[in-house]
Design a protein around this ligand. Structure first.
Ligand SMILES: [Zn+2]
Ligand SMILES: [Zn+2]
Length: 308
């Protein structure tokens, strides 16, 4: 891969001279380097701007060494590294205002200690285009399964439909013969996965709700991972919408959910100080964890908690 890099110090949008001693030192070091094929790095320019150009491919070792020298030069002179076709690399945010207009918005800042040849190589490397992923099916009882961690971006094909849908379900599957690999959220939404594997994605639906609600929650809604067998909260005769695992910090914005939890703890016949200690120790990622829901009818927030 041939590439070129431009090194320049900018003041008020215009090139300004770099320290000549630093340039001489680095160019002298560059001269001593020669690739196995005899090729060298071309350097053009002067103290107002230097272009480093690698004409031939397959010279990774020399390329790394060269980039270390380029990094050294940028650190010593306060110059900006401008890789061909990539955002400019500044060593301090304060220099952004000195960049020409066309470089200013996209420039990235790499502080001097971190500005190594490898850091430049990473900035120069072509970035893979992020894959556009299709919209997820609508899950009335689990409105954002990516945010809750139950669905993840993946290029793995779905075990059920065989298609690469860009998303896979990462929560529990309750089935006598559960598949070893991932199911896509589309096969959950359509009920195909539940039917094929005689599976449900949640263990229990709490409370008294119509059977079609129970079936929708158990078999056509992504479940969630909990410390114990998860159960789905209901309110106002309907399944509630699952909003995700939550700790004390996340629950602070939902006092009605905390009250709901407090009432749940009361049924465990814990003394009040133990209940409050428990409510203060909830952790989104470590036990005990609360699971936050919102009633789809009255919009009350609800939660239950479990632990290992
Ligand atoms: Zn599928
Ligand atoms: Zn309600």
């Amino acid at each position: 891969m041939s590439y070129s890099l431009y090194l320049c110090r900018f003041v008020g949008g215009e090139p300004a001279p770099m320290d000549e001693t630093a340039i001489r030192d680095v160019l002298a070091a560059l001269e001593g380097l020669e690739a196995e094929d005899g090729g060298t790095v071309d350097v053009d320019g002067d103290a107002h701007g230097l272009t480093f150009h690698h004409p031939s491919p397959g010279r990774v070792l020399v390329l790394d060494l060269d980039l270390d020298l380029v990094a050294e030069l940028a650190r010593r002179t306060g110059a900006v590294v401008v890789p061909d076709g990539r955002p400019a690399i500044l060593t301090t945010e304060a220099d952004r205002r000195h960049l020409p207009d066309n470089l200013r918005a996209e420039a990235i800042v790499v502080p001097p200690p971190a500005l190594t040849g490898q850091a430049i190589a990473l900035a120069v490397a072509p970035q893979p285009e992020p894959r556009r992923r299709p919209a997820l099916p609508r899950f009335p009882y689990h409105p954002d399964p990516v945010a809750t961690g139950s669905v993840a971006a993946s290029d793995e094909p779905c075990v059920c439909c065989g298609q690469e849908r860009g998303w896979v379900y990462t929560g529990p599957v309750y089935a006598a013969d559960a598949p070893d690999t991932a199911i896509c959220p589309y096969c959950i939404a359509s009920g195909t996965a539940a039917e094929r594997y005689d599976a449900s994605f949640t263990d229990t639906v709490e409370g008294d709700v119509p059977r079609d609600v129970v079936m929708a929650v158990l078999t056509r809604t992504p479940g969630f991972t909990a410390w114990q067998s998860p159960y789905w909260l209901t309110h106002c005769g309907d399944g509630a919408a699952f909003l995700g695992p939550a700790g004390t910090k996340e629950l602070a914005a939902y006092p009605d959910a905390v009250d709901h939890l407090r009432r749940q703890c009361a049924t465990w016949t814990w003394p009040p100080d133990q209940v409050e200690a428990f409510l203060g120790a909830l952790d989104k990622d470590g036990a005990p964890t609360a699971y936050l829901f919102r009633c789809r009818v009255c919009e009350t927030y609800l939660a239950y908690a479990d632990f290992t």
